[in-house]
Design a protein around this ligand. Structure first.
Ligand code: ZN
Length: 270
């Protein structure tokens, strides 16, 4: 069994006097999570716990600093999160979340990290997170920082899915399904309840309907099958994602070939 890190350096442990020289040019890793219902068998913290654990390993492997995870997420939607009729979800409206993330990013940019890696764990956060990052560009924040932001499932290769999840329903429908259940069985088994309902008719990806028949969209907040969930699968998936994040970051993916040249600079804007 591969050991999880116990030596990650935490941004929050630094003092104000230390943080400037320590963080400038270094790598920061940030998990953006959520607090959302995940069926009767998983805790509300799934979308926070999974990216937090991944971010911790990535920060340790890249010799970076781990930021405290962002705990509250975007609105839960019926076809990707079960919806707000199921109790437990605490959310920010999209406009609020973009503003919130923008303010956080503004603060981080002043520290001039060399690299910011953001791992998202809540499906509906993704577009809003990207919008907040993209919105920083015209203001010329992060002039000297390479940012790589993605949802953790974006690092799962097709070959892994074909081998391990032959009946994969799509990431939108993996909410409280096989992958999240397996990851939680590996990461926090004490929080996973024994009864694990599945849902035979996962919602279609990218289709919203009104009026909504919530009884057909999920089974008690579970969107797809949980059959076959195991800590072993969770362990294989976890390290597959961690290794793929680190490999992509180390490969310099997205970094301009002639060093860090922002689009604004390339176009001659001040
Ligand atoms: Zn989730």
């Amino acid at each position: 069994m591969r050991r999880r890190t116990t030596t990650v350096r935490r941004y929050g442990d630094l003092t104000s006097a230390q943080v400037g020289s320590t963080v400038e040019g270094s790598t920061l890793v940030w998990a953006v999570g959520g607090l959302e219902q995940h069926g009767p068998h998983l805790p509300l913290s799934v979308d926070h716990d999974i990216p937090s654990a991944i971010a911790e390993e990535v920060a340790a492997a890249l010799d970076g600093y781990l930021l405290p995870s962002q705990p509250i997420s975007a609105r839960s939607l019926p076809q990707s999160g079960g919806g707000l009729h199921l109790p437990g979800t605490v959310h920010l409206r999209g406009t609020t979340l973009v503003e919130y993330l923008t303010d956080c990013l503004r603060g981080l940019s002043e520290l001039r990290p060399g690299r910011l890696v953001i791992i998202n764990g809540h499906y509906e956060n993704e577009g809003l997170l990207f919008e907040a990052i993209d919105g920083c560009r015209p203001t010329d924040l992060f002039r000297d920082t390479v940012i790589l932001a993605a949802s953790w499932w974006s690092f799962v290769h097709g070959s892994f899915l074909a081998r391990e999840l032959p009946d994969f329903p799509g990431w939108h429908a993996e909410h409280a399904g096989l992958t999240e259940t397996s990851l939680m069985l590996y990461l926090r088994p004490d929080t996973v309840r024994a009864s694990r309902p599945g849902h035979d008719t996962p919602p279609l990806a990218g289709v919203y309907v009104h009026p909504l028949d919530v009884s057909r969209m999920s089974n008690q907040g579970v969107l797809s099958s949980t059959e076959g969930a195991s800590a072993d699968l969770g362990e294989r998936l976890f390290w597959h994602v961690v290794d793929n994040v680190c490999e992509l970051v180390r490969s310099g993916y997205g970094v301009p070939r002639e060093g860090l040249v922002t689009a604004d600079r390339a176009e001659g804007r001040p």
